[in-house]
Design a protein around this ligand. Structure first.
Ligand SMILES: Cc1cc2nc3c(=O)[nH]c(=O)nc-3n(C[C@H](O)[C@H](O)[C@H](O)COP(=O)(O)OP(=O)(O)OC[C@H]3O[C@@H](n4cnc5c(N)ncnc54)[C@H](O)[C@@H]3O)c2cc1C
Length: 183
């Protein structure tokens, strides 16, 4: 079981947390619910006719809570490499440790990526197709990686993509997260 710290509680971070928790990994989300979603009225999220952004966030947080993922309201102030993993320092000075860190804190989190050595170019954190940065085990999803492609469904998809990459790395093979209806 891997420990994963998700920095950010918008659609990107909560989506990553959901996928990881469903596969029984140890996940914590840091975030203050200060997402731009509270200004949005979604009419472009496939499968949902219309939903107020605050309602979306409440549902997403409840969905993640159902998998016992803690959401800690302290701000993450620093991310550092620590052996094979990472140490994260939160407001107040407490430290947390993880095997993987997923940065999902919007544009504000770009400085955390830089601190830990991820490349930044053209106002974005550089990531590959799985949203992995050049720092092994560090991912950047949503607005932190694509500030000029800011849509809720893109952020949620990026979080899920990064989570599946973590799951695949841990399993040593490709992983899917599929449910089917009961008969
Ligand atoms: C007025 C307005 C209307 C919009 N309308 C739509 C729309 O109709 N449809 C649509 O698809 N999109 C819309 N958007 C865009 C949508 O809100 C964003 O695409 C979405 O919020 C991005 O999600 P994210 O998870 O990438 O980042 P964010 O939503 O920015 O979430 C980041 C979260 O991380 C937290 N955080 C940041 N730094 C730290 C840290 N250091 N430690 C801990 N937590 C941290 C923040 O508090 C925040 O809660 C709209 C945006 C605005 C402003």
């Amino acid at each position: 079981m891997a420990r994963v710290i998700v920095v950010g509680d918008g659609p990107a971070g909560l989506s990553a947390a959901l996928f990881l928790a469903r596969s029984d990994h140890d996940v914590i989300v840091y975030g203050q619910d200060e997402t731009a979603m509270h200004y949005a009225l979604l009419r472009n999220y496939l499968g949902v006719d219309e939903i107020d952004g605050t309602d979306f966030q409440e549902r997403a947080r409840a969905q993640v809570a159902d998998y016992d993922v803690p959401v800690d309201e302290r701000e993450v102030e620093r991310v550092e490499r620590d052996g094979d993993g990472f140490t994260v320092t939160v407001a107040g000075g407490d430290r947390d440790r993880a095997d993987y860190v997923i940065l999902a804190g919007g544009k504000a989190a770009q400085r955390l990526a830089e601190q830990v050595g991820a490349e930044r170019a053209d106002g974005r954190v550089v990531v590959d197709t799985e949203y992995a940065t050049g720092v092994d085990g560090l991912y950047a999803v949503g607005r932190v990686a694509r500030p000029d492609r800011s849509q809720a469904i893109i952020s949620a998809g990026a979080g899920a993509t990064a989570a599946l990459d973590v799951l695949a790395r841990e399993a040593g093979r490709a992983v899917t997260d599929w449910d089917t209806p009961d008969d």
